[in-house]
Design a protein around this ligand. Structure first.
Ligand SMILES: Nc1nc2c(c(=O)[nH]1)N[C@H]1C(S)=C(S)[C@@H](COP(=O)(O)OP(=O)(O)OC[C@H]3O[C@@H](n4cnc5c(=O)[nH]c(N)nc54)[C@H](O)[C@@H]3O)O[C@H]1N2
Ligand SMILES: Nc1nc2c(c(=O)[nH]1)N[C@H]1C(S)=C(S)[C@@H](COP(=O)(O)OP(=O)(O)OC[C@H]3O[C@@H](n4cnc5c(=O)[nH]c(N)nc54)[C@H](O)[C@@H]3O)O[C@H]1N2
Ligand code: SF4
Ligand SMILES: [Mo]
Length: 746
């Protein structure tokens, strides 16, 4: 029987609503849902391949457990018994501290990943947590932490209302946007230009987005912090700062003026390789625009000065009066966020409550750098990691020096992966717990609704019934929490207890809070009122009802609940973003603190880099993304690979001529952490001095089950890194703008 079902796409941050065609529980077609309140029919090639991804024959359909060195299929109870025994042996001998938790990118795309990891970390009592954030956006969390007092208060570009969008190291026409959840980014950029607005792109690569821009500036990679500081300097020097209504909420403006005074356009021009008058023009245009916004993404975060650059982005927004106003950089308000409370000063943001064992990296947001994972395992001595719980992560390909990590993972006493694939990382596990394919999972975007350019709420129940032999991913996580607590199967613990514990904790907080709509009410009564067939639905209902648009358990009968959201399968639009300062601020002063001490203290490092300048023959590497790819795990679907989606080393024609590199011929690339070979692709889309290789490739290892990906494995670009190059304020790996050498393979 053929039917259709709606499903929010979990494959990137755009969160498009899809209409799936389903034949006998198989997804045969996916198209954009024209009635979706957020995405209005937009779909990209990945979303269109939803069915192929869902039905990939290499997906694991049974748990795996290691017996006599080999991973073999087993039942769920046996798998969890092995987890309880393996983790129990390590915690019994060395404490929970010896167990590391690794959380990868898809955790922000699943309901399970939004709900259970905090409970898992709590159950283990470990401080060794590593996530994709330190390969990605951690600098933005840190800069927002200091500026606004809350590392999760990230302003997003108000794309629908701006007149001037300055993109720093972002390629949304390919990535479909990041830290700016906007379905149909291409349409929004077109609309911006149609209404007379300007798009300016700063990127060493003439990307698809750069080609669509009014102006493209191609700096030397890694130098954006200096360029942005120079723009700030111009604003002060030419008296172009105009914070407007924001002025009473800003502090430290004079300090920023003093801090940036030396970074004149002339002082940084050679270092950035951007003429001084171009930098001055960028600042003047920004200041002149009626409603403007600066937005930075991976090319501004996973770089040597990632936190400084991220900070400068929002300082520019604040000084031009574009922070927290329509058309500028605004704070979304998600339906599952905590309802706003009256403004009050907070404790501010702090890092370094503990440090990593080997290199002494400070903890940031409770995490240690992903780049330090291997050394935390393989460096002998007291306190090392002996076991790992890996959820939706493939650090062997995503993080620096996969070969070292391969060896380190082999040396663990125990490892469990929650992953649908037997891939470069999960092949090291002793137990693999496979989640069902997306069509069989419910969906709500906990993470991305806090980053959306328009507030909306949507929920997708599972489109297809759970296949025999599979467990829902929330239940996989809940049982994992119980297993690490030593309450595995046989001990009688019910996974629903994990959800109930979270419900009671949240309701205890809310009923004790005089500003909560449920202040003083009975927890048992509230818990009994929760709606939903599963623990995760009950938790979602609770969050919606206590959230900013919620019914407050009866306090506002018009407000949201899960039942109300389910009545509207295409979603409920909650309107354009609204100003949230000062309510959103949690700094000790209650203001936007423009000159945080940690940022000020990092400026001498930038000054030294500017003074050092660049060697004329220096080559640096940057990454790139492809519309039909997603990090390391979508190379196994034939519909998404081949054609231009290949792991090539792009080189500028001048560099190719100088180095004797021929188009299509193999080149050897060497970096701190090792060497790789890749076919050369000569293109003048790159600026000279820059080589571009995409990440997520290198599917040539033994012991995986990635039939299609192994046919054209590509090379792991992160082998060129040894894990020592980090943005020190955030612990984020430098994945863009690191030195390499390249030569023809003879
Ligand atoms: N050189 C370089 N390196 C980079 C980057 C770069 O630009 N350049 N980008 C970095 C960035 S931004 C990121 S976010 C990281 C990403 O790196 P990771 O966090 O490692 O994420 P992925 O590579 O997407 O791997 C995701 C894993 O989750 C599994 N998975 C897929 N769907 C599900 C699911 O529904 N449930 C579960 N439990 N598992 C699932 C996949 O099989 C795969 O093993 O890579 C980083 N690495
Ligand atoms: N198709 C597709 N979509 C994706 C992903 C994917 O793998 N494929 N991954 C998802 C993930 S996890 C993320 S985090 C987002 C990332 O989303 P984006 O950040 O928009 O994507 P990137 O392609 O990494 O864009 C970074 C840009 O920075 C440029 N760049 C590199 N170094 C520098 C520099 O030093 N300065 C400047 N100014 N620019 C620089 C690069 O040339 C590149 O164009 O994409 C998400 N969406
Ligand atoms: S843009 Fe992202 S969310 Fe939308 S269909 Fe493509 S992969 Fe899915
Ligand atoms: Mo990412």
């Amino acid at each position: 029987m053929t039917r259709t079902a709606l499903r929010i796409c979990p494959l990137c941050e755009a969160t498009c609503g899809l209409t799936l065609t389903i034949d006998d529980d198989r997804v045969t077609h996916a198209r954009g849902d024209r009635d979706d309140v957020f995405s209005a029919g937009f779909v990209c090639p990945k979303g269109a391949a939803f069915g192929a991804l869902d039905a990939d024959p290499d997906r694991l359909r049974r748990p795996l457990v290691r017996r006599d060195g080999r991973l073999v299929e087993t039942g769920w109870d046996e798998a969890y018994a092995a987890v309880a025994a393996g983790i129990g042996a390590v915690t019994g001998a060395h404490g929970g501290e010896a167990v590391g938790v690794v959380l990868g990118n898809p955790n922000v795309h699943t309901m399970a990943g939004g709900l259970y990891p905090a409970q898992l970390i709590g159950a283990l009592r470990t401080r060794s947590v590593f996530t994709a954030s330190t390969l990605d956006q951690m600098p933005k969390h840190v800069s927002c932490g200091y500026l606004f007092g809350d590392p999760n208060a990230i302003p997003v570009p108000d794309l629908d209302r701006t007149d001037h969008l300055l993109l720093i190291g972002a390629n949304p026409l390919v990535s479909n946007g990041s830290l700016a959840t906007a379905a149909d980014f291409p349409g929004k950029l077109k609309a911006l230009r149609r209404r007379g607005g300007r798009l300016v792109v700063v990127d060493p690569h003439r990307t698809r987005t750069a080609r669509a821009a009014d102006r493209h500036v191609a700096p030397r990679p890694g130098t954006d912090a200096a360029l942005l500081l120079a723009m700030i300097q111009v604003l002060f020097a030419e008296e172009l700062t105009d914070p407007g209504d924001l002025a009473p909420h800003l502090s430290g403006t004079a300090d920023v003026c003093a801090l940036t005074a030396e970074f004149t356009p002339e002082a940084v021009a050679a270092y950035c390789d951007v003429p001084a008058d171009v930098i001055r023009g960028l600042a003047r245009e920004l200041a002149a625009a009626e409603r403007a916004v600066v937005y930075g993404r991976l090319g501004s975060t996973a770089v040597e000065f990632g936190t400084l650059a991220s900070w400068a982005v929002d300082v520019l927004n604040a000084l031009t009066g574009n922070l927290d106003r329509p058309g500028g950089a605004m704070f979304p308000l998600a339906a599952t966020a905590r309802a706003p409370r009256p403004p009050r000063p907070g404790k501010g943001f702090h890092v370094g409550r503990w440090h990593s064992r080997v290199s002494g990296h400070p903890e940031v947001k409770g995490e240690l750098p992903a780049a330090a994972l291997a050394e935390e395992i393989d460096t002998p001595g007291e306190g090392g990691l002996r076991a790992l719980v890996v959820v939706a992560a493939n650090p062997v390909l995503s993080a620096p020096d996969g070969q070292r990590l391969d060896r380190a993972l082999d040396g663990l006493d125990f490892m469990v992966s929650v992953d649908p694939y037997l891939n470069e990382t999960s092949r090291h596990a002793d137990v693999v717990l496979p989640p069902p394919p997306p069509a069989q999972s419910a969906h709500y975007d906990f993470a991305f609704s806090t980053l959306a350019v328009r507030n909306a709420v949507r929920y997708s129940p599972p489109a297809v019934a759970l296949a025999d032999g599979l467990l829902d991913e929330p239940e996989i996580h809940a049982r994992l929490v119980l297993a690490v607590l030593g309450q595995g199967p046989g001990q009688g613990a019910d996974p629903a207890l994990v959800d109930e514990q979270a419900v009671v904790r949240k309701l205890t907080m809310e009923t004790g809070d005089p500003h909560s709509p449920v202040h003083g009410r009975d927890i048992a009564e509230l818990s009994a009122a929760l709606d939903g067939a599963t623990g995760y639905e009950r938790r979602l209902d609770m969050m919606l009802r206590l959230g900013p648009y919620g019914d407050g358990f009866g306090a506002d009968p018009e407000g949201l609940s899960l039942a109300k959201v389910r009545e509207r399968p295409h979603g409920i639009d909650l309107g354009p973003l609204r100003p949230r300062i000062p309510e959103v601020l949690r700094t000790p002063s209650g203001t936007v603190e423009l000159a945080p001490a940690a940022v000020v203290a990092d400026v001498p490092r930038l000054r030294a880099a500017v003074a050092r300048g660049a060697r004329s023959d220096e080559l640096v590497l940057i990454g790139r993304r492809h519309l039909r790819s997603n990090n390391s795990w979508m190379h196994n679907v034939p519909a998404l690979t081949g054609g231009s989606n290949r792991c090539t080393a792009q080189v500028h024609p001048d560099d190719a001529a100088r180095l004797g590199l021929a188009d299509g011929a193999l080149a050897l690339i060497k970096g701190d952490g090792g060497e790789i070979t890749a076919a050369v692709e000569i293109t003048d889309a790159l600026r000279p001095g820059v080589v571009s290789v995409p990440h997520g490739w290198g599917h040539d290892r033994d012991g995986t089950r990635l039939t299609e990906a192994a046919r054209e494995p590509g090379a792991n670009v992160n082998q060129l890194l040894d894990g020592t190059r980090l943005d020190p304020l955030s612990g984020t790996a430098v994945l863009n703008g690191f030195p390499i050498r390249i030569e023809a393979v003879r």
